[in-house]
Design a protein around this ligand. Structure first.
Ligand code: ARG
Length: 423
């Protein structure tokens, strides 16, 4: 139904002035740059999906017949950005149970996962690791209009050490396999960065330390040397890509920051020196502090191995304390949820945890908008309701600057000026 009316709108406008495709009106919008609400905004979005002007409906030049999306009683916030998702697979099937399913099963699940994420108000995501280049396939299918989903910036395979967090470690020796993302030593890493980019990666993800969900790895232990991390960062930057590092342990975090990596994911055991370094270097920190509850409550039932649940117990609480410390110290923060280890579409539940552990609602919202866009190097495209950026808008009922949980159930979602979820 929604799609039919969108198609009709686009067709109608094919012959109209190139400037205006849709006008969006609501009770108010949050300007994340000033941190203030603007009452009764009218947002004109052009045929290219970008915002042409923002003003007052009465005093604006709007071509006659411009379709209007009117959202009375709603507050608009910028389309949200999750800097850490995995669209392949489902958290409902964990541990050895994943071996019962064929490889493309995970890829197929990316389709409903991408849709659920978009409908939850996340109009841009970073895919930080996906098998079979499935994130590239999803991006292509979304961009060409075959399926619904957010804008995707894809890392493809996570790059890491043999036997490390991002290798495939569940099989016995006679069945052992190596992830296509594995590379050891700086030269091999240079080659791997080039290869991943050739095969569709738009950013590089490295696994600097062990992790919670991998077999036989220690989250606190560093798994890539400084030289390896520096090679990944330098090579990616030379090719115009950003780099994200999975890092729980304090030494791995600091090595990644010193190597010039752009964003640190998890950040669980960061120490004072690490926080100081991150501030000094302008490194963005993405603490995934919602998912602990989900794993501890549902993990065992889903098949997650006892080893991994035990590691979650050791990481979760400390990670939240360190989030609070880093936020209070004024470190640069982004919204990274690691959706995929909990159900896609629940991403916004992390806002309440960020507020519970010390952020103001505005700071938490900025982490998922303004800051995320900066960390992506995409502040001309996304991250604010502003002229020139895409018309990515989320309509909520209530006051998100008082109660961030209103972001958990958006009334409407607009991507590039098109209504993808109707009130
Ligand atoms: N992908 C991450 C890992 O396996 C998930 C960590 C989740 N736990 C947490 N407390 N953030 O290491």
């Amino acid at each position: 139904m929604i799609f039919r009316s969108i198609a009709a709108t686009v067709a109608l406008f094919a012959c109209a002035p190139a400037t205006a495709a849709t006008i969006v009106t609501a009770d108010r919008m949050l300007d994340v740059q000033t941190g203030r609400y603007v009452d009764n905004p009218a947002i004109l979005v052009g045929n290219d999906g970008r915002i042409v002007s923002i003003g007052n409906l009465a005093s604006m030049q709007v071509p006659a017949g411009t379709p209007q999306i009117d959202l009375p009683g709603r507050t608009l916030v910028p389309g949200l950005i999750d800097m850490h998702v995995h669209f392949d697979g489902t958290p409902l099937i964990g541990g050895y149970r994943t071996l019962e399913y064929t490889d493309a099963f995970d890829t197929v699940l990316g389709v409903p996962n991408a849709r659920a994420t978009l409908h939850a108000g996340f109009t841009t995501v970073r895919s930080l690791g996906a098998d079979n280049y499935s994130d590239v396939a999803l991006r292509q299918a979304i961009d060409e209009g075959f399926i619904e989903g957010p804008r995707i910036i894809a890392a493809t395979y996570a790059l890491g050490a043999t036997g490390g967090h991002c290798d495939a470690n569940t099989n016995k020796p006679s069945l052992a396999r190596t992830s296509p993302g594995v590379a050891d030593g700086p030269q091999a890493i240079r080659q791997k960065v080039r290869e991943l980019r050739k095969l569709g990666a738009q950013l590089i993800k490295v696994c600097a330390t062990g992790g919670v969900f991998s077999r036989n790895t220690d989250p606190g232990a560093q798994q890539m040397t400084f030289e390896e991390l520096k090679m990944a960062a330098d090579e990616a930057h030379m090719l115009g890509m950003k780099v994200a590092a999975h890092a729980h342990g304090a030494e791995g975090i600091k090595a990644a920051i010193r190597a010039g990596i752009d964003t640190i994911e998890h950040v669980s055991f960061i120490d004072d020196e690490g926080i100081r370094l991150a501030k000094e270097r302008g490194t963005w920190l993405g603490f995934d502090i919602y998912n602990t509850e989900y794993t501890l409550a549902e993990g065992a039932k889903n098949g997650v191995l006892p080893e991994n649940i035990e590691k979650e117990r050791q990481v979760g609480t400390l990670q939240r304390q360190n989030f609070q410390k880093a936020a209070q110290a004024g470190a640069k923060m982004i919204f990274s949820s690691d959706a995929g280890i909990y159900p896609h579409g629940q991403n916004a539940r992390q806002f309440a945890v960020m507020v519970r552990f010390g952020m103001t609602p505005l700071e938490a919202i900025r982490a998922a908008t303004l800051n995320a866009a900066r960390a992506l190097g995409r502040e001309r495209d996304v991250g604010a309701i502003a002229v020139g950026r895409y018309g990515d808008l989320v309509a909520v009922v209530g006051d998100p600057m008082r109660d961030v949980t209103v972001l958990e159930s958006p009334a409407a979602v607009i991507k590039g000026g098109k209504l993808v979820k109707a009130p």
